[in-house]
Design a protein around this ligand. Structure first.
Ligand code: SD4
Length: 331
């Protein structure tokens, strides 16, 4: 299944809408493992990421296999995609906003709920590493725009023109034929969200993107927003999102999924509930895609999306796998 078909226009029939119970139980468990997790054999180390970014999970696996921690694994894993000029939705070579500027969003979160984020960052190939510096070297969580860029230079990051000729040509073509509006429902999204558990059982996550192609200048999506595009709770698990960020922000999607797991849902069940929550809030407008990916403390994983096509990549001691995720609509 081609990732490029991810956000293709599609119509969701209202007849298929459901109103499922959102939370299985109002009782919040704060124990380290929920009952559902107690009897499951642990898988660790493990790394998963959105889409079929095999080089990224392979890199993260190298870190985990050699005893490295999950924070290093997710940072180094997603950096593979940030540096790849052929990936037009992350880092170098990302599609620009409607004014022709490549602006990047990224965040990272670790086992101690430490987190860092950069939004609307330009001219830097590795926003995830800048986000990590924000987390480790400042008392803040989010740095934006020029301030984030200046901070990156102070930390030794190099200025790089991120707009490749291919992305520039596509943008010029878009300018001729498209309205002067952000295009949200085309097949142009492959954000990478990565979740890992290391040999000590500690969980970290990272998420990085160039966001919606041809977005209004200044637009920030869900990917760098802790709780929306990414959330980690080392007692429970982690989740990340891809797709139309506005909808993920409105439901605080990744936080929701981790909380659902805390209350006893499996990662798969939690991702399905997350998607259903978004469907319920969009009864008149469903021509967009969302994909959620989750992992629990035991290393069980789940993925779910609205329209068929979302997959996730996994690497464990058993090797590398690509999982098609289930979808709310069946194609
Ligand atoms: C955003 N969620 O900026 C991102 C886009 C994305 O795969 O996930 N694309 O809204």
């Amino acid at each position: 299944m081609k990732r490029r078909n991810f956000l293709k226009n599609s119509t969701l029939g209202t007849a298929t809408l459901i109103s499922a119970p959102i939370l299985a139980s109002p009782q919040v468990q704060s124990t380290k493992k929920t009952k559902a997790m107690a009897n499951v054999k642990e898988v660790r180390p493990i790394v998963v990421c959105t889409w079929d970014f095999h080089n990224a999970t392979a890199r993260a696996w190298e870190v985990l296999k050699s005893g490295g921690n999950s924070l290093d694994a997710v940072e180094q894993g997603v950096m593979v995609e940030e540096a790849d000029p052929n990936n037009q939705t992350v880092g170098l070579g990302g599609r620009p906003d409607r004014d022709g500027n490549v602006t990047l969003d990224a965040c990272i979160m670790d086992k101690d709920a430490r987190c860092g984020s950069v939004v609307y960052l330009q001219n830097i190939v590795h926003p995830v590493s800048v986000a990590r510096k924000v987390m480790e070297d400042t008392p803040h969580i989010i740095l934006a725009g020029k301030g984030a860029e200046q901070f990156a230079y102070e930390k030794g990051f190099k200025k790089v023109n991120l707009l490749t000729e291919k992305s520039r040509q596509e943008w010029l073509k878009w300018k001729k034929t498209s309205k002067y509006q952000p295009v949200i429902n085309i097949e142009n999204h492959d954000t990478i969200g990565m979740l890992a558990i290391d040999k000590n059982g500690d969980i970290s996550g990272a998420c990085t993107t160039s966001g919606m192609a041809y977005k209004i200048a200044g637009r920030v999506g869900d990917s760098p927003i802790i709780g929306a595009g990414l959330f980690v709770d080392n007692e429970v698990g982690a989740a990340t999102a891809t797709g139309v960020g506005e909808e993920v922000i409105r439901t605080v999607g990744s936080f929701l999924i981790v909380e659902l797991m805390r209350q006893g849902m499996s990662p798969q069940e939690a991702c399905e509930e997350g998607v259903k929550r978004i469907i319920e809030k969009n009864k008149d407008k469903q021509d967009f895609q969302i994909g959620f990916l989750a992992i629990n403390k035991n290393g069980e994983t789940g993925g779910y999306c609205i329209h068929p096509g979302f997959t996730y990549s996994m690497f464990t001691a058993k090797g590398q796998l690509n999982h098609p995720a289930g979808s709310y609509l069946k194609g």
